[in-house]
Design a protein around this ligand. Structure first.
Ligand code: SF4
Length: 488
């Protein structure tokens, strides 16, 4: 049977659908604490939402084997709102969180603990992994003569209802509708389950939270797969691999032989990208390779340097830590950590820590160079300013981050001006390449969020210290990467 979970997984990674269905499940990684937290939060959130919805038929209390029969009986009775029903049609099986009566038909909905849409308010759009699940439910309802067409909805983390109109195009450039995307995904999943289609792993950001991560990473390294090259993802690998099947093959190749004018033999890969990937392949294929500068780098200098990193919890939509490490220019031994921690989950806690961090940052840009890694801090500060206009305005945030003393080390320096013999250019990867070690044995932003949740639950000072140490190390790591670039 094809399920909504398989369609969701397919959108994340086709190979995961294959591995989940056919590989040795003992080769999975141990459950990830952050993924378990997501699961717990999802269950808790769903219970809170459901309590306020006025459910008229609760299928969660029905024996699993009887659930489809009881769901259909509830629909025949015309129940207004059915929770955790179960329906099938042919080889499709669906268990939408909600079935809502509309006239004498039903529309399906899911309760999500994340945002209902992705992107900023101005260009927010449906989430594809939600859309394919909801398309699956709408299809089952239609095939059984119970549906209202290609429509569904999400109840998001704030309890708001987000319509999913699946006949709309995915965007102004991508005119394929969400419904067509669902049908394509379903066809692909069916082929994977029938083993008439073959998939390969592909290294991506999704992998780090996947239970096949260790297994796939070892496989990718053994294959010398092209997705080991930073920014060369699945779709590019798939169009390139018949001509260049491995990192070593790309490193040995002459990229000019794949170029004709402003095009290459590989759809979606321009000449500049191909040359970049060729250089990265050469670095990865060369034992003992060292990073290098692609262009001259000009870094501002002041008596003091500050490294800045925030920790945010997307589930509670809260920034819970603003961390700064300040030091004298180029003197790691003088480093001092200055954290501003939200001592609770009330908006007043977040506002206070933001206000303190804003005052600190506003003073430091006057006498220091402030480094942060990627655009995340700027985006988060704009959002905080719109939430707490008493601290500062969005215009002030844009102005501050536009000052020459504010340097986005990743976007302004690492990405345009450097190359590294690594699989990606994250702060963790580059600092570890340069010999830096986090005090924590499992450092990650996701782990920090999980610790924050445990600290909220328990108030354990050791957990809070772990969060602070991790953030301090992130800030110190930014300094290590800066020093490494200076040495280049
Ligand atoms: S680890 Fe990555 S490639 Fe492997 S199944 Fe998971 S998401 Fe896919």
């Amino acid at each position: 049977m094809i399920t909504a979970s398989q369609l969701y997984a397919y959108v994340q990674c086709p190979h995961r659908v294959y591995l989940d269905a056919f590989d040795d499940q003992t080769r999975r990684d141990e459950p990830n604490a952050f993924v378990e937290l997501l699961w717990e939060q999802g269950v808790e959130h769903e219970a809170q939402i459901v309590a306020g919805l006025g459910i008229t038929a609760d299928m969660s209390v029905v024996q699993f084997d009887d659930r489809e029969r009881e769901t259909r009986l509830a629909m025949q009775r015309g129940e207004r709102l059915i929770y955790q029903g179960r329906l099938s049609s042919g080889d499709r099986l669906g268990a939408p969180d909600l079935l809502e009566r509309r006239g004498d038909r039903y529309i399906a909905g899911d309760i999500k603990s994340g945002a209902g849409l992705e992107g900023d308010d101005s260009d927010a759009k449906l989430k594809k992994h939600y859309a394919v699940q909801l398309g699956h439910y709408a299809n089952i309802l239609d095939l059984e003569g119970l549906g209202v067409g290609h429509e569904a909805f999400v109840i998001d983390r704030s309890g708001s209802r987000v319509p999913y109109v699946l006949d709309e195009p995915q965007g102004s450039r991508n005119t394929v509708t969400w419904w067509e995307a669902y049908l394509e995904s379903e066809t692909a999943v069916r082929a994977l389950l029938a083993q008439t289609a073959v998939t390969l792993p592909a290294l991506s950001a999704t992998c780090k939270l996947c239970h096949w991560y260790s297994f796939c990473k070892a496989d990718l390294i053994a294959r010398d797969d092209l997705t080991l090259i930073a920014e060369l993802g699945r779709s590019k690998r798939d169009v390139m691999m018949s001509a260049v099947p491995s990192v070593r093959a790309l490193a040995r190749s002459n990229p000019d032989s794949f170029m004709q004018g402003k095009k290459t033999d590989f759809a979606g890969v321009g000449p500049d990208s191909l040359i970049k990937f060729h250089h990265r392949a050469q670095l990865l294929a060369t034992p003992g390779a060292v990073p290098y500068l692609k262009q001259t780098v000009s870094l501002p200098i002041a008596a003091r340097e500050v490294f800045f990193d925030i920790e945010a919890d997307p589930m509670r939509d809260v920034v819970y830590l603003h961390g700064f490490v300040e030091r004298l220019h180029g003197q790691p031994g003088s480093a001092r950590f200055v954290p501003f921690f939200a001592d609770g989950i009330d908006p007043a806690h977040e506002e206070r820590s933001f206000g303190e961090a804003w005052a600190y940052l506003s003073a430091r840009v006057e006498d220091s160079i402030v480094y942060y890694y990627s655009k995340y801090e700027r985006t988060a500060y704009k959002k905080l300013a719109s939430r707490y206009p008493g601290v500062c305005s969005e215009e002030q945030v844009v102005e501050l981050f536009g000052l020459p003393a504010m340097v986005d080390l990743y976007s302004d320096i690492v990405k345009p001006a450097t190359e590294w013999p690594t699989y990606d250019q994250s702060i963790k990867t580059l600092a570890q390449f340069l010999g830096f070690q986090w005090r924590d044995t499992h450092p990650s932003g996701a782990a920090s969020i999980e610790w924050y949740h445990r600290w909220i639950e328990t108030g354990d000072v050791a957990i809070k210290q772990r969060i602070l140490d991790y953030n301090e190390d992130d800030c110190l790591a930014t300094g290590v990467v800066l020093d490494g670039i200076r040495r280049l």
